[in-house]
Ligand binder design. Structure first.
Ligand SMILES: Nc1ncnc2c1ncn2[C@@H]1O[C@H](COP(=O)(O)OP(=O)(O)O)[C@@H](O)[C@H]1O
Ligand SMILES: [Mg+2]
Length: 240
């Protein structure tokens, strides 16, 4: 299997703590929760950022993790992590152009394996609802402790609901101050209709300076960590 290095995993103290707490919640949610789909309401809420960091955090804890970039319409991960642009991905496998072994990449020094999205196909929903995706998940369930799927935003396209039907549980990533309560509720209900339980919600891009509750909390407990967390505008904060 080809080996890659991930270039952009967030490493600041607060984010790390938030991801560890999310990881712990996943680990304690029960052994039936193996295939987890991450979605959001709209693009750019930080779903890919959070999903890959959680997968990496689980791998750091010694779990065997398969990360699948199933956002076939807007894949940025291969580019962001500066992996060879020619690479074959999920769309190639799902459309029958390659075998599974050719689209799997081992992340250096971890138990984490990645499948990137590949080129944008004309029929993403059809491919994700097809036999090859089902068989990929069936064999991945046997070989890995966790299968973490980065799905497109459910408020934009139906793909995440199709994936959720085949997943054990879901996580909703919501960016603070961008999505209305009403819209979040609609997406939550759509996710529930797919029959996939929602494990929790990640409130992302919380402005620690603006938000009184979090500001106070972190000020009290982590204030002495000085520069940590002041370099970025927002933090991933795990909520449920
Ligand atoms: N907690 C955060 N704080 C600041 N920027 C963030 C945070 N989470 C994500 N981002 C940035 O927001 C942008 C969109 O993130 P991405 O993970 O690609 O979103 P999505 O997958 O939901 O479309 C990226 O530039 C990413 O670096
Ligand atoms: Mg994304």
């Amino acid at each position: 299997m080809q080996e890659i290095e991930l270039k952009e995993i967030k490493r600041d103290y607060r984010s790390n703590e938030a991801y560890k707490s999310l990881r712990t919640n996943i680990e304690f949610s029960g052994e039936d929760n193996k295939v987890l789909v991450f979605t959001s309401c709209t693009p750019n809420e930080g779903k890919s950022t959070v999903t890959i960091a959680v997968a990496h955090s689980l791998a750091e804890a010694g779990k065997k993790v398969l990360f699948i970039d199933a956002d076939l319409r807007k894949s940025v991960l291969a580019g962001r992590h500066k992996v060879n642009g020619q690479l074959k991905g999920l769309s190639h496998f799902l459309s029958g152009q390659t075998e599974l072994g050719e689209v799997m990449y081992r992340v250096k020094d971890t138990n984490m394996v990645m499948i990137f999205a590949g080129v944008v196909p004309p029929n993403p929903a059809e491919l994700l609802g097809g036999k090859r995706f089902e068989s990929l998940l069936t064999s991945a369930r046997k070989a890995y402790d966790y299968v973490i799927i980065d799905a497109p935003p459910l408020g934009s396209v139906i793909d995440a609901a199709i994936i959720a039907k085949q997943s054990d549980a879901s996580v909703l990533v919501i960016s603070a101050n961008t999505v209305s309560h009403k819209f979040a509720k609609v997406v939550k209900e759509q996710l529930e209709k797919s029959g996939c339980p929602i494990l929790g919600v990640v409130l992302n891009k919380v402005d620690m300076g603006q938000n009184k509750y979090y500001g106070k909390y972190y000020g009290k407990y982590y204030g002495s960590y000085g520069d940590y967390g002041h370099e970025e505008e927002g933090k991933a904060e795990e909520e449920a």
